[in-house]
Design a binder for this molecule. Structure first.
Ligand SMILES: [Zn+2]
Length: 297
């Protein structure tokens, strides 16, 4: 599976008035599941959000950072995903041990999230203020919520599908999705054709499980249009946390707090919430950190 289990394809159609991307994210979602130990419903929610992040991230400009956050009154509480648009994505859920009985044969993501809000934030290095958009969840299934966001907040008619199939053993069997957008000047009859194509598609994980790659998915979504392939790139779960950043964060707690850690535990253990990596900083390193802080104070 390696290699084709994590890839994103971008294309345009109808003379650049329609843009589309499709991603197979099976390996990305499995990596997230493994790191966070998510149960199936939580895996599906996190996997859909990670896939949405990668698809939306493919529409961002260089160096733009995108985050998608869903907060609800369901047992999962919160899903958080960030991406830089470079094919790397990271994310977590508040309660990874969330699992609900399936609904209509599907993992009940909407039930796990409940009623709540979707927040999409785009941080652009050339703008001081991030662009932040908050809206009520329309379904909690994530794909519909993202499409609703794109239509209302970015004024971009969009259709998206996101899917995660979890095997009986709890591992991720298939994950992926697509996003198709009508840009300015798109002919109504062509966007209607895309809508009909999308409506006629089987569930996206059924396609992936039957062996479809991103090009097959886009061929089906854009069937009947002249399609221009823009490019394909690998995607992966990757976090920006480093030991240096962890030490920097510890320093912000203050010298007294660090001295307490040395006295009480003989070390500090810091877990990155985005990727679940645990950093252990031993007493000698903590002592050095205090010395550096006092030296520079
Ligand atoms: Zn991390």
């Amino acid at each position: 599976m390696r290699g084709n289990g994590a890839i994103l394809l971008r294309a345009s159609a109808a003379g650049e008035t329609i843009r589309a991307m499709a991603a197979i994210t099976t390996d990305v979602v499995e990596e997230a599941r493994r790191r966070h130990g998510t149960y199936p419903t939580a895996t599906a929610a996190l996997g859909r959000a990670l896939t949405a992040g990668l698809l939306l991230g493919a529409t961002t400009k260089d160096d733009e950072r995108l985050s998608i956050e869903l907060v609800g009154n369901g047992p999962l509480r919160r899903v958080m995903v960030t991406t830089n648009g470079d094919g790397c994505v990271r994310g977590y859920v508040s309660r990874p041990a969330t699992h609900l009985p399936s609904k209509n044969g599907k993992l009940d993501v909407a039930g796990a999230i409940g009623d709540g809000l979707l927040c999409v934030m785009r941080t652009q290095p050339w703008n001081k203020e991030p662009y932040r958009s908050v809206m009520k969840l329309v379904s909690g299934e994530i794909a519909e919520d993202i499409a609703h966001y794109l239509v209302t907040s970015e004024q971009m008619p969009s259709a998206t599908a996101l899917g995660v199939f979890v095997n009986g053993d709890g591992l991720v069997g298939a994950a992926g999705g697509f996003l198709v957008q009508a840009l300015h000047g798109a002919a109504p009859e062509l966007t209607e054709l895309v809508e009909r194509n999308v409506a006629a598609l089987p569930h996206v994980t059924s396609l992936i499980r039957s062996g479809a790659g991103p090009e097959d998915i886009l061929a089906a979504v854009l069937s009947g249009l002249d399609v221009r392939r823009i490019g394909e790139a690998p995607v992966r779960f990757a976090c920006s946390c480093t030991r240096e950043r962890v030490l920097g964060a510890l320093l912000l707690l203050g010298v007294e707090e660090i001295e307490d850690m040395i006295r009480n535990d003989g070390k500090a253990e810091v877990r990155c919430e985005f990727c679940a990596e645990t950093y252990t900083i031993d007493a000698s390193e903590l002592t050095m950190l205090i010395r550096d802080a006092e030296g520079s104070a």
